[in-house]
Design a protein around this ligand. Structure first.
Ligand code: FAD
Length: 459
C-alpha cells in the first residue's frame, strides 16, 4: 500500500510489550484510534520472560532461604528440597493472572488488537498477513532478545534467561556468564535453591552500571553466600557433553558445571521487519530516537528496549505514555533517563537513581558523598541484613544520586526517586519524619547526617 493511503488508525503500534501496550492504553484513553500488533503474547518480555517470572523465582528463593535459616531467628525449620514443578506452578500462576488482567484491560479500551507478525511496508504502514494498518503515527516497540557471544551457541546445557525460567530441576552447579542485572539475579536464585554458583564477568566488577561501593558490597555479600565471583575474567570458549558443560577463560582456566547461563546482555529486535527499507536510522541494530522518542522519519516513534538506554519495563511504560500524550497534543514532559529508578532484585537487593559518585564527579567536579550503614538501622538488624544508603550531592546543591543495597532495599526506591526528581536538598528531606522501625528510616537517617544532624549514625 502506498504511503499516501488513508490512515486506518491515529496510531499503529508494532509490539505489545511494556512500551507498546502502555502507549496503546494511554492513547485509547485519550480518544485516539489505535491498532496494537503483537506476534506472541500481549505483555511481552516483562510479563512472560522477564520482570514478573524472575521476581517470582526470587521470591521462592527468599522462602527457601527463610526455611533454611530459621534457626538464626529461633525458629526450628529446615529446607527439605526445591520442587521445581511447584515453583513453576506458582510463577506461572502469577503470570497468567496478570496476563488475563492485561488482556481484559486492552479488550475494554476499544483497541484494535491484531495478532500476528507485523512488517513495515512503508514508514506508516504495518502489514500483518493480508491486512494493512496505516497509521497517522507509527510506534515501534518490538523490544529485545537475549544475546550470546561469538561462537557460543545456545542449546542443551547452555541457556539464556528464557530457558532458565523453565528448568525442570535445580542444577547442582551453574556458571553464570555475565555479572550484570540478569546474571546476578539468577545467580542469587540458584544459590538459594542450593546450587554451586560461579559468576564470570569480563569487567572489573559486578553490576558495573551501579556505584562502585554498591558493586563492592554485593561482591562481599555474594562471597558470604559462597557464590564464586570471578571479575576481570574473559570467556574464551565452551563445550558440553551429556554430563556437564566446560567453560574455558582467556587465561586458560577451565570451569565445569551442570549448566551455563549466558547473561551477556540483550540486543534489539529490529531487523528483518522493513525498518531499514523505510529509512529509519539505526545504530548497531538499535533504533535511534531523540528525547521525544522521535525517529528520523516524520511521525514514526520508537519506545522501550529497541532504543539505546536503560532496558527497563517502567522506562517502556513511561515512553509509551509519553508518545500517546504527544500524539494527542498534550505536550508531555520527556522522560529523563537519569530520573528512572533502577532495582536489581538479587539478595541483597540494589536500588538506585541518578548519578554514581564517579559520574557526579565527572559532571560537577567536587561533590559530597555520604554512606549511612544499615548497621544503625533497627529493621535491617531485625532482618539480619547488611548494606548502606549512599547519597551523592552537588556541593551546596541538590542530591544527584541515591544508591542503596541490602535485603528488601528495592522498596525504598520510591522515596529516592522523588528526592532525585524534585532535586531536593538535604535540608528539604531531613525534617521529614520516617516511621520507626522501617528500612525507610535508613534513607531519612542518611539525610539527617547529610544535613549535619546525624542521629543513629556512627562517624
Ligand atoms: C530475565 C529478565 C528480567 C527482567 N527484569 C526486569 C525487572 O525486574 N524490571 C524491569 O523494569 N525490567 C526488567 N527486565 C526488562 C524488561 O523486561 C524490558 O525492559 C521490557 O520488557 C521492554 O519492553 P519493550 O516493550 O521494549 O519490549 P518487549 O517487552 O520485549 O516487547 C516487545 C514485543 O514486541 C513483539 N514483537 C517483536 N517483533 C514483532 C513483530 N514483527 N510483529 C509483532 N510483534 C512483534 C514481541 O513479541 C514482544 O511481545 C527484565 C528482562 C529480562 C530478560
Amino acid at each position: 500500500m502506498p504511503a499516501t493511503a488513508d490512515p486506518t488508525h491515529d496510531l499503529v503500534i508494532l509490539g505489545g510489550g511494556s512500551g507498546g501496550y502502555a502507549c496503546a492504553l494511554r492513547a485509547a484513553e485519550l480518544g485516539l484510534t489505535v491498532a496494537l500488533v503483537e506476534k506472541a503474547r500481549l505483555g511481552g518480555t516483562c510479563l512472560h520472560q522477564g520482570c514478573i517470572p524472575t521476581k517470582a523465582l526470587l521470591h521462592a528463593a527468599e522462602v527457601a532461604d527463610n526455611a533454611r535459616d530459621g534457626a538464626a531467628f529461633g525458629v526450628r525449620s529446615s529446607l527439605e528440597s526445591i520442587d521445581m514443578a511447584g515453583v513453576h506452578a506458582y510463577k506461572d500462576g502469577v503470570v497468567e493472572r496478570l496476563y488475563k488482567g492485561l488482556q481484559g484491560l486492552v479488550g475494554s479500551r476499544d483497541i484494535d488488537y491484531v495478532e500476528g507478525e507485523g512488517r513495515l511496508s512503508d514508514a506508516h504502514t504495518v502489514t500483518v498477513g493480508d491486512r494493512d494498518l496505516v497509521g497517522r503515527h507509527l510506534v515501534l516497540a518490538t523490544g529485545s532478545a537475549a544475546r550470546s557471544l561469538p561462537g557460543l551457541e545456545i542449546g542443551g546445557r547452555v541457556v539464556t534467561s528464557e530457558e532458565a525460567l523453565r528448568l525442570a530441576t535445580v542444577p547442582s552447579s551453574v556458571i553464570v556468564l555475565g555479572g550484570g542485572v540478569i546474571g546476578v539475579e539468577f545467580a542469587s536464585v540458584y544459590r538459594s535453591f542450593g546450587a554451586d554458583v560461579t559468576i564470570v564477568e569480563a569487567l572489573p566488577r559486578l553490576v558495573a552500571g551501579e556505584d562502585e561501593a554498591v558493586s563492592k558490597q554485593l561482591e562481599r555479600a555474594f562471597r558470604k553466600r559462597r557464590i564464586t565471583v570471578l571479575t576481570g575474567v574473559r570467556f574464551a570458549s565452551a563445550s558440553q557433553d551429556e554430563h556437564s558443560v566446560t567453560v574455558t577463560t582467556e587465561d586458560g582456566t577451565e570451569l565445569t558445571a551442570d549448566l551455563l547461563l549466558v547473561a551477556v546482555g540483550r540486543g534489539p529486535v529490529a531487523s528483518g521487519m522493513g525498518l531499514e527499507e523505510a529509512g529509519i536510522a539505526m545504530d548497531r541494530g538499535f533504533v535511534l530516537a531523540d528525547e521525544r522518542c522521535r525517529t528520523n522519519v516524520d511521525r514514526v516513534y520508537a519506545v522501550g528496549d529497541i532504543v539505546p538506554g536503560l532496558q527497563l519495563a517502567h522506562r517502556g511504560f513511561a515512553q509509551g505514555i509519553f508518545v500517546a500524550e504527544d500524539v494527542a497534543g498534550r505536550s508531555p514532559v520527556p522522560v529523563d533517563e537519569l530520573g528512572i529508578p533502577r532495582v536489581t532484585y538479587c539478595d541483597p537487593e540494589i536500588a538506585s537513581i541518578g548519578l554514581t559518585e564517579a559520574q557526579a564527579r565527572e559532571r560537577f567536579g567536587e561533590v559530597t558523598a555520604y554512606e549511612y550503614n544499615l548497621g544503625g538501622n533497627g529493621k535491617s538488624q531485625i532482618l539480619k541484613t547488611q548494606g548502606f544508603v549512599k547519597l551523592v550531592r552537588q556541593v551546596d546543591g541538590p542530591v544527584v544520586g541515591v544508591h542503596m543495597i541490602g535485603a528488601r532495599m528495592g522498596e525504598q526506591v520510591g522515596e529516592a526517586q522523588l528526592i532525585y526528581n524534585w532535586q531536593a536538598f538535604a535540608d528539604d528531606v531531613a525534617p521529614l519524619v520516617h516511621a520507626h522501625p522501617t528500612q525507610n528510616e535508613a534513607l531519612g537517617e542518611a539525610f539527617l547526617a547529610l544535613a549535619g544532624k546525624p542521629l543513629h549514625a556512627h562517624a
